[in-house]
Design a protein around this ligand. Sequence first.
Ligand code: SF4
Length: 688
Amino acid sequence: MTTSGRTATHCPYCALQCGQWVDDTGAVDARAFPTNGGGLCQKGWTAGSLLDHPERLTTPLLRASRDAPLTPVSWDTALTHVATRLRALRAGHGADAVAVFGAGGLTNEKSYLLGKFARVALGTSQIDYNGRFCMSSAAAAGNRAFGVDRGLPFPVTDLDGAEVVVLAGANVAETMPPLMGHLTGARLVVIDPRRTPTAERAVASGGLHLAPAPGTDLVLALGMLHAAVVDGHVDLDYLAGRTTGFDDAWSVAAQWWPERAERVCGVAAADMRTVVGWLARAANRYVLTARGAEQHAHGVDTVSAWINLSLALGLPGREGSGFGTITGQGNGQGGREHGQKADQLPGYRMITDPAAREHVAGVWGVDPGSLPGPGRSASELLAALGRPGGPKALLVFGSNIGVSAPDAESVRDRLAALDLLVVADFLPGETAMAADVVLPVAQWAEEEGTMTNLEGRVLRRRRAMHPPPGVRTDLEVISGLAGRLDVTGFPADAGEVFEELRLASAGGPADYAGISYARLDAGEALHWPCPTEEHPGTPRLFDERFAHPDGRARLVGVDHTEAAEPPDAEHPLRATTGRVLVHYQSGAQTRRVAELAGIEPESFVECHPDTAARAGLVDGAWARVVSRRGVAEARVRCVASLRPDTVFLPFHFGGAQAANNVTIAALDPISRMPEFKACAVRLEPVDR
Ligand code: SF4
């Protein structure tokens, strides 16, 4: 859709997918769209500056050996080299010697084709993606409770009428500021160890900021469920008519009266009762979780605890109320639906389900028995690289894992142990610069496709300009590699890929069969599931029934478990990580935008002034944040509102400043989500 030389598309960054106009020079303007109401944050406004950035990769690079420098080569040389090496590694060590790593920022078409490429062209089970680090706990908890995983099972605009909104581990005032425009009429309750800008807004709205110790969110939710029961706020008719499992949930929550919960999490029992009362008495009320609640070694159970509370109060499946999770990455929702996850096939089908394998194999024209089974999850995959029995080659699309994965120093060691590392990227991020082959690819304004935003609405990404000479799209890269591996069925045209995706997803939980570019280009608002071209899409799930066979939601008995690495004498502080307003993910893009880098040019460690003083530090000094795994250097930022037992690091910086140098790859037993939000550290002064 182009008007006056400007093309209607969406921001490349987060899952709010704000509407943008982009012209053929890359100039960005805000475009009215329901999620952003015509606004953009600084990241969206400045996204165009990366299109002609001086560091833009515009030619393939290849190093002859691990110690040799990257040198420019032709596309044919690069792709033929990769295909030849992949053939040799597969012949010598089996199909699982080659691994693929995708991303929640890839379009639906790329996610789909990458999953097919891994399973059909490479025959490997070893594919996963960085959404494992983002949405996996919320996804698993949503599936467990509701029978389906769609981050927000209602449109964002439903929040406009909310009277009370609980944000558990969400700092949306910084991560997706336009979303705050939907919360202006609500009393907000923000649960976060830090006094974030979102927490400030909560207090200003007449609400509360609750600051549990990192790793104790589940205890807080249990204490609130206990208060809901004892104070008579439970919706008994709703529980009886629409749910099962309350007795299991209560058997645990009964032991967590608010005063006991307070002793563990540090939130006042009176505040728990107050918030539950607000939720119970409001007509329109929501509980929303985000990474603060989810990025734990027990993230699935933590989200389940918030769902239990929401179900006990009768929120989900009622217009004007609900439970949801705020998806992070631009295509965090669609990216987990179409087959780049280790255990999934397109349409959110499970790869272990014989009927799913038969359906997808039929679309792909292969024998179901030829499809590999589930592979390793992201952290486990990275930990196996270059080890006996582990992958010897890794193809990376859209992810900067040398910065964004937990325990990043050991991840960088694993990448160095590979026989072949191939990275498709458009800027020389840390992982790309460690690769043997770098493939320069197009950016958002240079390509066609679809994204699925945080409310499950499928959106068109449209090409506003052609990529620079020498640059190809990710789809062209996958197609080119497949051709050199003598495999057919990998078109480079996004529209063609989407038509196949529709067939592959048909009948699955995330059914896109009725969604077409034509309908989207005509302006239809299509939320999945949308099984036929006559179907209007499903903006609100659960109005009539939940997606389990009996139509009921499940409460689950979940209990508190200590963080994987509690503080001790040597590492007495709890470190938690997160985002700041002007940066996104590993910062590979936003650190290169001068306006943004000028605001936050370097990493910092937020700590209480007393905590800094005990370590011999003052505000503005450089500190070493030391864990059992590594060190992150950061400038001290003293914040009197922060708990003295807690420090905070943004995860947008690389090298010696990478927050993930200290984080721990302890994994949730269900989602395999790493524990980004709690590890034990100490602070030390550093000379600079
Ligand atoms: Fe909107 Fe997110 Fe882009 Fe900011 S980063 S403009 S909130 S989509």
